[in-house]
Design a protein around this ligand. Structure first.
Ligand code: NAP
Length: 465
């Protein structure tokens, strides 16, 4: 009798999809004749961060879906959307029906910043703003742009800070070539920011940008990029680091060229980059943001910043913190709340006592934290899948009691009234969004559907199959 290796991968973003690709391309462990992989996602759609994290004006990065789509088309791989593991189905229920469960849920929430004023109206997390402009089904359809907020602050010097600054600086019309739905366009039209101040707590050698994204900042004719000379400093450590590190050298070169260039007088909006500025307080009046206080920092000789005791107050009407993301815990699996990852050793999930949790694996940002570009999750998945297959080979066949895969899961979802989506459902929604784009006055490649109900409705034709 043939024996199928059944793997559930929780999260159908790049990390989960790469894991599915690698495991279906690997040699099966002894005792198995075939493999079936189910990619399960809380979103009704596949592609995770590519659909709901990459900025809409970054179509080049969104092209990665083509490679992911090829993986999804493998006959051994199925997609099941609109199912939140830990709520709609438990991890233990999955473990009973699969030989292994691989968690690849990424990092979607804003890291905490504990400074006074964080709760004020007009103090935002970048993850929430990104979810809004990327039209995530759980994001509100409205964004509170204050008409007084002509000057705004963005905290952090990473690529998310650049995305946020760029989207705030561009005109709503410029964004109309992208896939944003009407409510996002209307929201952006209400944005009055003309000065976007980005703050880094260390120097240019410590900026986390990638060179291409930094260069792109100046591509809009409506935007001028201004690097301020205060804090544009290097200690010996930083100079050596820049010498040794080509990507950082490119970043510093771009920043230096911004620093030296003439202002663009006809630009409608300016993005200011400030170094050596540690945010210490968001200033408020009547519960609303009216400013940001930063402490001037200096490099301490090891590339770290230390406070100088000198403070500067900036008049800004909104503060967006883009200081990194964090992962959510999943009911039924251990979680390290200090590092915001599922504790693991090379992808094998470990409990509080360091013991392996049988059949549970992890890959991507929820494994190692939200660092690195999309492609980096491939090597992560390679390590996790190699260990998973090794465990199956050494611990033998039949890890799961019932091993029915999604056939075992479906009745439980039905009983709980959970409507799941399929790959065919996604193809229907994809075609629908492309048709909306084609019919749009601006003839766009796609216009996104934001409402979960609408997505389920469009996918429903395929659901019936
Ligand atoms: P990131 O690259 O880690 O940058 C976070 C920034 O926040 C750093 O400048 C960091 O400064 C700063 N920060 C952290 N804690 C802070 C605090 N308490 N006070 C002030 N500043 C603080 O994170 P990210 O921008 O969220 O990006 C996550 C990953 O996604 C990155 O690998 C990024 O490249 C990738 N990404 C890529 C793109 C793209 O277009 N290619 C777009 C978005 C994201 P320190 O260095 O001093 O800690």
């Amino acid at each position: 009798m043939s024996k199928t290796l059944r793997i559930a991968i929780v999260g159908a973003g790049p990390a989960g999809t790469y894991a599915a690709d690698i495991v279906t391309s690997s040699e099966l462990p002894p005792g198995y004749d075939e493999i079936a992989v189910d990619l399960i996602d809380a979103d009704p759609t596949p592609f995770g961060l590519i659909r709901y994290g990459v900025a809409p004006d970054h179509p080049r990065i969104k092209e990665i879906v083509k490679a992911l789509q090829r993986v999804m088309n493998k006959p051994e791989i199925s997609f099941h959307g609109n199912i939140r593991v830990g709520r709609d189905i438990s991890v233990d229920e999955l473990r009973a029906h699969y030989d292994a469960v691989v968690v690849a849920t990424g990092a979607r929430r804003d890291a905490d910043l504990n400074i006074p004023g964080i709760e004020l109206e007009g103090s935002f997390g970048a993850a929430d703003f990104v979810s809004w402009y990327d039209a995530h089904p759980e994001a509100s359809t409205e964004w509170e742009f204050s008409p007084e907020a002509t000057s705004v602050a963005v905290l952090g010097m990473g690529n998310v800070a650049l995305d946020v600054a760029r989207v705030l600086a561009k005109t709503a019309e410029e964004m109309l070539v992208t896939e944003i739905p009407d409510h996002v366009h209307a929201g952006l039209a209400a944005n009055k920011a003309v000065d976007v101040h980005v703050f880094g707590r260390r120097g240019p050698a410590q900026a986390k940008f990638t060179p291409m994204e930094l260069r792109e900042l100046s591509h809009s004719p409506n935007v001028d990029v201004i690097v301020h000379p205060e804090g544009f400093e290097f200690d010996e450590y930083s100079e050596e680091y820049v010498k040794q590190n080509k990507a950082q050298r490119l970043v510093v070169n771009v920043l230096t060229s911004y620093l030296a260039k003439d202002p663009k007088p006809d630009a409608a909006c300016r993005i200011h980059l400030h170094f050596g500025a540690q945010p210490t307080e968001i200033l408020g009046e009547d519960g609303k943001v009216v400013g940001l206080r930063t402490e001037v920092t200096e490099l301490d000789g090891t590339g770290n910043g230390r406070g100088t005791g000198e403070f500067i107050d900036w008049n800004v009407g909104a503060v967006y913190r883009a200081i990194g993301y964090k992962s959510d815990s999943i009911e039924g699996l251990p979680f390290d709340f200090d590092r915001n990852v599922i504790p693991n050793e090379a992808g094998r999930v470990r409990d509080e006592s360091g013991m392996a949790v049988p059949g549970a694996y992890v890959t991507g940002w929820v494994k190692r934290g939200p660092i690195g570009l999309i492609g980096h999750t491939k090597s992560d998945a390679q390590e996790t899948i190699a260990n998973l297959l090794e465990d199956l080979a050494t611990q033998g066949v039949g890890a799961a009691e019932e091993n029915q895969g999604f056939d075992g899961v479906r009745p439980m979802l039905d009983e709980r009234g959970i409507t799941s989506t399929t790959w065919d459902g996604w193809l229907s929604l994809d075609a629908h969004e492309r048709a909306l784009g084609e019919a749009d006055a601006h003839t766009r490649e796609r216009v996104k559907v934001a409402s979960r109900e609408e997505m389920l409705r469009v996918a429903a034709g395929a659901l019936a199959r």
